[in-house]
Write a protein that binds this ligand. Sequence first.
Ligand SMILES: [Zn+2]
Length: 492
Amino acid sequence: MTKTASTAAPGTPTSASPAGSPAPNSASSAASSAAGSASQYSAGRSTVVADDVYPQYGDAATDVLHYGLDLKWDPDAKQLTGTAALTIRAARATDRFVLDLAANMSTDAVKVDGAAATPQRSGEHLTVPLGKQLPADVIVTVVIAYHGTPQPVRPPMTRGDIQGLGALVTAGGAVWAQQEPYGAFTWFPCNDQPSDKALYDVSITAPDGWAGVTGGTFQGRTEAGGAGVYRWHQPDPVATYLVAFAVDKFQQDSATGPHGLPITYWYLPSQAALVHQRTAKVPEMISFLEQRFGPYPFPTAGVLFRPERVGMETQTMITLDPGLPEDDLLHEFAHQWFGDAVTPSTWSGLWLNEGFAMYAQFMWDVAHPPARSSAVTLDEFMTSHVLPADQPMRTQDGPPGHFLPTHFASSNVYYCPALMLHGIHDALGDEAYYRLLTDWVHQHQGTNQDRNAFIAFVKAETGKDYSAYINAWLDSPTTPTIKPDGSGAARA
Ligand SMILES: [Zn+2]
C-alpha cells in the first residue's frame, strides 16, 4: 500500500486500443476447472496459521489450494452473482471448513465434492460441514453459488485515505476492490488471511462496453449473449488481500517491459493522458528494481488504474490512482518482490512489506530528485528526512513489529523498518545488501515468511548476527541507537 507523496514527473504517451481481444481458444468455466486433478494445484499449498493481529478472519484448518471464480457483474442492479469452486486441503484433521463471506452475500447452493451441503452462517463466517472427520491433507472441492451487492467493511486504520475495505460499488455501477488487511470476503468466499496463498482462475462476465479485470495472465474475452466474458489465469500463489478486482468501462493498453515482460494497463478513457504519463516510466521502474533485487518475480505485470484514491500492490495487477506521485507506482512495483512473491505469515509482519517497499521508494527518490532541488545521498536523505520522523511514529502508532491493531498501515511500518534496512545496507555495502535481498525473495518466492525467518536468513547469508539490532528496531518504543553489530545500544 502507498504511504507518502513526492513530486511527480511527466512521461510520454503510448498507443491505446479498445478493451478486450479475441480469446486464443475457448476455455471451460473457471469454477469447473476445479474439477481437474488437485495435484495441479500443489503450488497453492500453504503453511496456514491463525493471524496474530486480526484472528477474527481466516481458519487455520483450511488451506485453499485454488479458487475457481465465475463472476457476473450487473452494473444496473449493482449485483454480483458468483460461483466459487474452492479446492481445499485440510490443513489439519477437521469436520468443517470455516470460510469468510460477508453476511449480505446470500448463498444459493453449497456442494462438497458434488454433494449438497447446508452451511451455517454467522456474521462474516460461512461454516461448511464436511459430514465426517477429514484427516489432515485430504483435499475436497467446495462449490458455493452466491449473490448480492458488495458492501465494504470498516478499515482498522487511522489514516484518512481509506474509507472502506473490500469491493466498493460506484454511483455509475462500477465495482472495484481494495482489501488489505482483509475484505476479499465482501466479494467471494475465502480464507481471508495472509498465510493461505492459493492459485486462481477467474472469469468475469459483464455487459458489452464493460471489462472485468483481476490479476494473472489475461486469457482473452469471449462473447456470450450480449455480454463479454474476461478470463484470467493466475499461475503463482496469491494471498487474498492481493487479488485485484474491478469491473468498469476500461480501455486496455498492452506494453512490453524488460526482457519481453508482458504488461497490460486498464484505465478509464477520461484518464488516458495521466495514465500514459505514469506508464511511460514503468519499464525503467522495473529495471531499477531488477538491478537491485533480481528478476521481476512473475510472468506478467499490469496496472489497473482507478479514479479513486488508491495505491495497492495487488499481485501482477497493481491497483492505482494515476494522480498519485510517480514514486508511489515504484513503491507498488517493489511490493511485487516484497509482500507479493514473499508474503508475511501474519499481519505483525507487515513491516516485511512496507519497510522494504518504502526503502526502495526512497532509493528511487534519491536517484530521481525533483527539478530544482539539489541532489542528496541516500544516507543524507535517511538521516535528515526519515530519521527525525521515527520517534513520533513509534509514539503514535506503536513499534513497527507490533503496531496498534487499530492503526494498520500507519507510517510506523513504513519509515521505521526502512531505517532499520538502511543500517544493514550501510553495514554490508551495496553488493552484499542487494544480494541478501535478491536471495531472500528468490529463495522464498511463493511462500509466507516471518521475522524469525528473516533474522535467520540474514545470519546464514551474511555470517553476521543482526538479531539484536533488528529486534530493537521492530520492538523498541523509542528510536534505537544500536548498530547492526550490536554496538551503541542504550543501557536500560
Ligand atoms: Zn506499500
